[in-house]
Design a protein around this ligand. Structure first.
Ligand SMILES: [Zn+2]
Length: 386
C-alpha cells in the first residue's frame, strides 16, 4: 500500500458543545463526518493551547512532554513528535501555525518547514511576538503555503495547519452574518466555508485528514454564568466538558470506515498512536495514549473499543496569572473528579455528568466511595507519569 499523506488541521477554541448546539450550521463538517469517522467523546489533555497541542503531537500528557503553560515552556529533550516519526518514514513535513505555537516551544521538532506567523503586537515571548489574532495577512500566507504544498510537494507529505479563527476576535463580514447567532457561532459557520475551500483541494483517497480542536471555549452569553468564574469568555481555567470535549474527525476513503461514530471516551493523547496504527507505522516511542484505530479502520470487523478513564488537566497560563492552582481530573463512566496537588483553598469536586452535564452541582461530600475510587485511579496515573 502506498503511504498516505497526512493533513492535520487543528482549530483553536472549538468545543463539541458549541459545534453541535443545533443552531450553528456547518454542512461541510457534516459531510466530512458522513464520509469518515467522528469521536463524540474526544477529550483534550488540557484546556489551554500549547500544552494541549503538544499532547496531540507527542501522545503524552503535559507533565511528560514538558509544556505545562504557554509561558517559557518547551518540549523535553527526549520527547519524540509525530513529525519526527513521519520524517523518519520518508515524509516531507511542514507546518503553518500562529498564536503561541512559536518555535521556542520546540513544537517545530521534525518539521522540514515550520512557518510561524506572528501577528503584530507589543508583547514578546522568546524572540517571537505572541498574539492570538489571526489577521488577514497571515490567513493569506497560510492559504498560499497550503496550496503550494498540495500542488507541488512530493508525496508522502505531512502538513499541520493551526487556525485561530475562533480565538477571541471573531471577524465575520456583516453581510455574511446570521443575526440569530452570536459572534462566536457566526465565526464557526464562517470557518466551515473556509475549511471546505481548503479540503476540496486534496484527494481524500491519498490523504488522511484529521480535524481536531485544542480545547473548547467558555462564552458567558451562550453558556450562562458559572459560579466563581468571572470571565465573559475564556478557556484554560478549568476542566469542564465545555472546555475539554473537542471534535475529532478523521477521513480517508481507503483507511477509515465511513459514517462511523465512536461514542466511547478517548483522549487527544490517543491520536498519535492511532495515526501510526492506521498508517501501519511501528514506532519504538512510548506514549501515554493508546490507539483506538480498531474503532475507525475499514480493516477491523469488530469495532468495539474498550473505554478507560480519561485524565484531564487545567494548566493554562490564565491560572498562573491569577495565582490559581493547576487542576487534575479523572473522567470515568458517569463521573468526573477534580483536585489540585498544590497548596490552595480549591475544594475538591465530584460531578455526576450523566445527570449534571454542565457540572454545576458539586456532589463531593455525598459520594465518598466514588471519590476514593477515582482518587485511586488518579494517583496511580500520576505516579506512572513521574
Ligand atoms: Zn487554544
Amino acid at each position: 500500500m502506498n503511504k498516505k499523506n497526512v493533513l492535520l488541521i487543528s482549530i483553536d477554541c472549538l468545543g463539541t458543545d458549541k459545534l453541535f448546539n443545533n443552531k450553528v450550521r456547518h454542512p461541510f463538517i457534516d459531510s466530512l463526518i458522513a464520509s469518515g469517522a467522528f469521536c463524540s467523546k474526544m477529550f483534550s489533555s488540557t484546556s489551554s493551547t500549547t500544552p494541549s497541542i503538544a499532547s496531540i503531537h507527542t501522545g503524552l500528557f503535559p507533565q511528560q512532554h514538558g509544556i505545562l503553560s504557554t509561558y517559557g515552556h518547551k518540549l523535553k529533550k527526549n520527547v519524540i513528535t509525530l513529525a519526527q516519526i513521519l520524517k523518519k518514514e520518508g515524509y516531507r513535513t511542514s507546518a503553518s501555525v500562529g498564536g503561541p505555537l512559536n518555535p521556542g516551544t520546540k513544537l517545530n521538532n521534525g518539521f522540514d518547514t515550520y512557518n510561524f506567523h506572528p501577528a503584530e503586537t507589543n508583547f514578546s515571548f522568546y524572540r517571537y511576538n505572541l498574539n492570538f489574532k489571526n489577521n488577514k495577512k497571515n490567513e493569506r500566507k497560510i492559504y498560499k503555503e497550503y496550496l503550494d504544498l498540495v500542488n507541488n510537494a512530493q508525496s508522502p507529505w505531512f502538513h499541520w495547519v493551526h487556525f485561530l479563527d475562533l480565538h477571541n476576535r471573531w471577524r465575520v463580514n456583516r453581510k455574511k452574518r446570521d443575526s440569530g447567532l452570536s459572534d462566536y457561532e457566526n465565526a464557526i459557520e464562517h470557518f466551515d466555508q473556509k475549511l471546505q475551500a481548503l479540503v476540496s483541494q486534496i484527494d481524500l483517497n491519498e490523504t488522511l485528514l484529521i480535524l481536531v480542536a485544542d480545547h473548547g471555549h467558555y462564552v458567558s452569553s451562550i453558556d450562562g454564568n458559572i459560579e466563581g468564574v468571572n470571565y465573559t469568555e475564556a478557556h484554560g481555567f478549568h476542566v469542564y466538558d465545555l472546555l475539554t470535549n473537542v471534535p475529532f474527525i478523521i477521513v480517508n476513503k481507503e483507511l477509515i470506515k465511513s459514517g462511523t461514530t465512536v461514542d466511547t471516551q478517548v483522549s487527544t493523547v490517543d491520536i498519535l498512536p492511532s495515526i501510526l496504527d492506521l498508517l501501519s507505522i511501528d514506532s519504538s516511542s512510548k506514549f501515554s495514549g493508546r490507539s483506538f484505530a480498531q474503532a475507525l479502520s475499514v480493516s477491523t470487523k469488530n469495532q468495539e473499543y474498550q473505554t478507560r478513564p480519561v485524565y484531564l488537566q487545567a494548566c493554562g497560563a490564565i491560572l498562573r496569572k491569577k495565582g490559581l492552582p493547576f487542576l487534575h481530573a479523572i473522567r470515568w463512566g458517569d463521573w468526573k473528579y477534580i483536585k489540585t496537588q498544590e497548596d490552595s483553598d480549591f475544594q475538591e469536586e465530584l460531578f455526576n455528568i450523566s445527570v449534571d452535564p454542565v457540572e454545576h452541582q458539586n456532589v463531593f461530600n455525598e459520594y465518598p466511595q466514588k471519590v476514593d475510587e477515582l482518587s485511586d485511579i488518579m494517583n496511580e496515573l500520576l505516579k506512572r507519569m513521574n
